[in-house]
Write a protein that binds this ligand. Structure first.
Ligand SMILES: [Zn+2]
Length: 66
């Protein structure tokens, strides 16, 4: 029985050159395209950063009006 390590991870298509890249690879071996990190925790951190920036901007606008 053959164990295909690439199959267990699945593949995703490189948006740059349309090559099937193993899902465990973060970089395309053909064109070196770097896949964006899809870590949900990191995405959440980014979202919070955006919300914080928005609140800061709102506070600055409010401060200008008061
Ligand atoms: Zn590629």
């Amino acid at each position: 029985m053959r164990v295909d390590s690439e199959k267990s991870f699945g593949t995703r298509e490189c948006p740059s050159c349309a090559t099937e890249v193993p899902a465990n690879e973060n970089r395309c071996p053909i064109c070196s395209y770097e896949f964006p990190n899809t870590n949900p925790r990191q995405r959440g951190m980014k979202l919070w950063g955006a919300i914080l920036m928005l609140l800061l901007l709102l506070a600055l606008v409010l401060a200008a009006y008061l």
